[in-house]
Structures are given as structure tokens and as C-alpha cells.
Design a protein around this ligand. Structure first.
Ligand code: PNS
Length: 164
């Protein structure tokens, strides 16, 4: 069985990585797919996000990292997936995720959306908070994989025109 784990991943956090590792144990193949979410202004390009994820999941053999500009359901059908995996942190995620799951169900009734609860230690973690902490020079070591930590400080340093 194949599944798709979609997201903006701007950037990948240890919370995302935890979901990837757990989902990869359930499915024969997991496609981690970077989409540009039009409602978000991303710090990293799609190519940069794909590269950081590829480096961070290099030790998980049944994970494929890709990007797409189309509909999630079309990608899932094209790769033969039967499920969409999404991570849930708190009740605040639920409304947004529920709406997307219902729309995807309307578009492709044969696809199931499976929600995985975040591990307790990542309950507070989000890409936007990581970017905010990093922009003030705070420690993000336990929050993101090493491939992301390095590139995030580089990117923010470049943006601010200084070394952080
Ligand atoms: O990490 P995010 O930003 O919450 O992920 C949102 C994402 C990428 C899953 C969503 O924007 C998406 O599915 N984009 C692909 C285009 C699409 O299918 N849109 C309709 C969703 S119901």
C-alpha cells in the first residue's frame, strides 16, 4: 500500500519527520510531497525544501520525496496511493484539516485521509515558530533535522544581510 504525506514543509521540522518515520512503518511506500500553499509566503523555494527533506530521510528506504504544483488528489491517483497522511497537533489544526479532508473526499472518494496524532514532545512545534525563533538567533537544534538547521540560519543570515 502506498500513501502520500503532503505539506508546505517550510521547513521540515522534527514533528514532520516523526510522522514520516511512523507512516513509513505502516505503508510499503510513502511519498512526501512538497506543495506550494498559495495562502502562505514561503521562506524556502520548493527545490530547497525538497533537498532538505531528501537529506533528512536518506536513511528511510521506502520514502520518496517529490514536489507538485497540481491537486493533491491527482498526485495521489497518479502514484497509485490509497491514502493521504496528515499530522494533527491540537484541536486548532482540526477545522482546517477537516475541511481539506472533506474536499479531497469529494474530489476523489476512493482516497482516505488518515490523521496521525503528533508525538507529545512535538505538540508545540510548527515551521513558523521555528522560523521565528531562528530569526532571533534562538536555538533550534532539537526542533529541526541538522540539514534544516544549517540552511535555515544561512537563509535568515542572507535575508538580514549578516551572519547569525
Ligand atoms: O503544510 P500545509 O501548508 O498545511 O499543507 C497544505 C497542503 C499542501 C496539504 C494543501 O495546500 C494542498 O493539498 N495543496 C495541494 C493543492 C490542493 O489539492 N488543494 C486542495 C486541497 S483540499
Amino acid at each position: 500500500m502506498k500513501a502520500v504525506y503532503p505539506g508546505s514543509f517550510d521547513p521540515l521540522t522534527n514533528g514532520h519527520l516523526d510522522i514520516i518515520r511512523r507512516a513509513a512503518k505502516i505503508f510499503d511506500r510513502l511519498f512526501v510531497v512538497v506543495f506550494d500553499n498559495p495562502s502562505k509566503t514561503c521562506l524556502f523555494s520548493v527545490e530547497e525544501r525538497v533537498a532538505m527533506i531528501r537529506e533528512s530521510v536518506a536513511d528511510i528506504p521506502n520514502v520518496t520525496v517529490d514536489s507538485s504544483t497540481g491537486l493533491l488528489v491527482d498526485y495521489a491517483k497518479k502514484c497509485g496511493a490509497c491514502a493521504i497522511v496528515k499530522g494533527l497537533r491540537a484541536v486548532s489544526d482540526f477545522d482546517y484539516e477537516f475541511k481539506m479532508a472533506l474536499m479531497n473526499k469529494k474530489l476523489a472518494p476512493e482516497l482516505e485521509t488518515l490523521f496521525m496524532m503528533t508525538s507529545l514532545k512535538y505538540l508545540y512545534l510548527s515551521s513558523s515558530l521555528v522560523k521565528e525563533v531562528a530569526s532571533y538567533g534562538g536555538c533550534i537544534k532539537d526542533l529541526v533535522p541538522p540539514a534544516v538547521e544549517e540552511r535555515l540560519f544561512q537563509k535568515i543570515g542572507n535575508k538580514l544581510g549578516k551572519d547569525i
